[in-house]
Design a protein around this ligand. Structure first.
Ligand code: B12
Ligand code: SF4
Length: 591
């Protein structure tokens, strides 16, 4: 008689909140918001307030044969409630600064669910000796899907299923919610082969690249499925160096053009890979946002990926093509002193990118930098891991930056960028406008084709959609320069793309009112935002062959756990796009 084994019951949890507060488990600087944490934090009302889901957990859940619950952004109490439900395995995903939270969660599991095995995963698993520091049964280092499948006795090499996921919740700038569907997540692969000395991601995955979607065709087919399922052609591409595999990216572009299917992408890539792919190709591909690691000015102290490149010229060209750039730089590098660090800050600010990230040099476990400083006895191992987040304190002895010097330089740098370059939202509207003009200009000179002409039209629409927020920017400008810039840009958009419609006028008023309301909210209740808890349940039966597509979806969340951000129907800063090529009707791609 055939016996069937009961599927394992697994809980996969992110660390508990609240996040970004000073308490026994964390620090107020360690905010759970990408941009507000480390990019636009000095930009007051204009800071980007986006919350991203804990993507790795959903990938794991969708790729093992088991009954899996994903608990994202729980409170400590909510986590306790969940572990009491009798799981066989509790997986905890954490990064280094959240070490203490993971430790406390493991303690709670032993206390309330002694039958459960505890598995640790995520970048925190790289901490040396973590298996002894936290009471656990297993530690998954590196790529987790293969690991978890092997642990469960399943085929580690089975094909990877890419779930359809929304990338973010609660997105606001100047208090104005971004309307339309949030971008979907696309994870082409994990890791990066470049192995820059400080880079935690590259080292965690053993300086290798693990593709989830190995070819342009696979990428295209997955993007089509997700776009159709979620009703959005916009993608946040979670891949540390997406353009590194140039052939794959080119193949994706060819597939899109062959099937006349437009997508928009926000990507991360290194300068050498961007240069090799070509700026016009990026515009054709629909890249609208690009994160690039500039790191510092000095060629001698920089990394191979930036050798011999002129970031200023590259960024200028990218923006001319409507591609917003986030340039990231590292402060308090080993060669920095109070006498030369300003050179790098001026360099980063002078690049005139749309956004700038300043991050302190933080040697994280297993990187070459970490090992090097460890060998030299410079790591501050007595500094609690909660402080290893890179926005306040150095975790190694740097003779030139004692006490709170690092933090002071960082604050000055963010402020300088804001005052000189204006708010990032202003810059992004400008980039979009510039891109629309550049591509339209190509049509006028006969240097275009229907595909590029459609890209021009999309940029034009986006510029018009964005324009109402310029009123809020003008009203809340950091200085006269920004006020004047916002006014001028609005005028230019009006002149280029026609007079303001009633909708635009309403949008302007709404954006000013929403920004005022946001200002009051911050004054009265403070600046903090906490993400909403989300529990998603995946059953083994629903993941059986053929049923994946329709069945791997979030169950209705319990009361108070809604994952759908409520969007006020006010000012419209929408990236909603009409997927049409010239006048042809959109043909949804069919496999
Ligand atoms: C998205 C992201 C965020 C989001 C997090 C959203 C969230 N809900 O947690 C935001 C933007 C808020 C964020 C913030 C921060 N982040 Co962050 N973030 C990332 C990023 C860019 C992508 C992670 C991701 O989703 N990857 C895709 C998924 C599929 O891969 P994955 O998460 O690695 O998961 C795989 C494996 O790790 C493993 N796995 C993961 N969890 C588990 C659990 C179990 C049980 C198992 C078996 C396996 C497993 O399996 C998965 C599939 O293979 C990474 C860089 C990167 N490219 O990896 C940095 C990264 C994880 N962040 C990092 C850091 C330091 C931070 C910040 C402190 C800011 C900063 N200084 O950079 C803050 C901390 C916020 C906080 N309060 O906790 C570091 C972690 C370094 C380290 N060694 O711990 C990274 C590596 C970036 C870096 N600096 O190099 N981050
Ligand atoms: S290129 Fe970027 S992702 Fe790759 S190793 Fe260097 S810093 Fe890390």
């Amino acid at each position: 008689m055939k016996t069937t084994t009961k599927p394992k019951r697994i809980l996969l949890s992110a660390v508990f909140g609240p996040y970004g507060v000073n308490d026994a488990y964390g620090r107020k600087e360690n905010i759970m918001e990408l941009f507000h944490n480390q990019v636009t934090k000095a930009q007051e009302l204009g800071s980007f307030r986006f919350l991203h889901w804990s993507f790795g957990l959903y990938f794991l859940a969708a790729n093992v044969d088991a009954d899996v619950t994903v608990l994202d952004f729980p409170s400590r109490q909510r986590f306790i409630r969940e572990i009491k439900k009798g799981y066989d395995i509790v997986g905890i995903s954490f990064i280094t600064p959240n070490f203490v939270k993971a430790k406390e969660m493991a303690r709670l599991v032993r206390l309330h669910a002694p039958q459960a095995k505890i598995v640790l995963g995520g970048h925190g698993a790289a901490i040396e000796g973590v298996e002894k520091l936290i009471d656990c049964d297993e530690v998954a280092k590196g790529e987790g899907i293969r690991w978890l499948r092997s642990y469960l006795g399943q085929d580690p090499d089975a094909p990877i299923y890419h779930p359809a996921l929304c990338s973010a919740q609660s997105m606001k700038i100047f208090g104005v919610p971004l309307l339309g569907k949030a971008a979907s997540l696309l994870v082409p692969g994990l890791g990066c082969v470049n192995g820059c000395k400080f880079c935690s991601t590259s080292h965690f995955f053993g300086r290798t690249y693990t593709p989830y979607l190995a070819t342009g065709k696979e990428l295209f087919e997955t993007a089509c499925r997700i776009a159709d399922e979620r009703g959005s052609d916009d993608f946040f591409v979670m891949d540390e160096n997406f353009l590194k595999d140039r052939t794959r990216a080119m193949e994706l572009l060819h597939e899109m053009e062959a099937h006349k299917r437009f997508f928009d992408f926000s990507i991360f890539s290194s300068a050498e890979a961007i240069q090799a792919f070509g700026v016009e190709n990026l515009a054709r591909l629909g890249v609208k946002f690009l994160w690039m690691g500039v790191e510092c000015k000095s060629q001698a102290e920089n990394f191979e990926k930036n050798r011999g490149l002129d970031p200023k010229a590259l960024i200028h060209q990218l923006r001319d093509y409507g591609i917003s750039v986030l340039a990231s730089g590292i402060l308090c590098m080993e060669h920095h002193t109070p006498d030369n660090i300003q050179i790098d800050i001026d360099h980063l600010v002078g690049l005139e990118s749309d956004l700038v990230q300043f991050m302190l040099l933080i040697p994280l476990p297993v990187t070459d930098l970490y090992r090097d400083l460890q060998r030299r006895g410079l790591l501050k191992m007595d500094l609690p891991f909660e402080d290893w987040h890179g926005q306040k304190t150095l975790n190694f002895s740097h003779p030139a930056f004692p006490g709170d010097a690092a933090e002071r330089w960082m604050k000055t740098a963010f402020r300088q960028d804001y005052e000189e370059n204006s708010s990032s939202m202003y810059r992004m509207v400008e980039t979009t406008f510039r891109g629309a003009r550049t591509l339209a200009g190509k049509s006028e000179t006969g240097d275009s084709d229907p595909w590029l002409a459609e890209r021009a039209e999309r940029l034009r629409k986006r510029a018009v959609d964005y324009a109402p927020i310029l009123a809020a920017i003008e009203k809340n400008a950091v200085n006269e320069r920004e006020r004047q810039r916002a006014r001028d840009l609005e005028r230019k958009i009006d002149v280029a793309f026609g007079p303001r419609t009633l909708l635009t006028r309403l949008g302007r008023t709404a954006s000013v009112l929403l920004a005022a309301a946001w200002k009051i909210r911050i004054r009265v209740f403070g600046d903090g935002i906490q993400p909403r808890t989300k529990a998603t349940r995946y059953t083994a039966a629903s993941k059986a062959k053929g049923a994946r597509k329709t069945d791997i979806v979030a169950l209705r969340p319990a009361a108070g756990e809604s994952e759908t951000p409520r969007m006020a129907a006010a000012a419209r800063i929408s990236t909603r796009l009409q997927p049409v090529l010239a006048s042809e009707p959109q043909s949804r791609y069919k496999k």
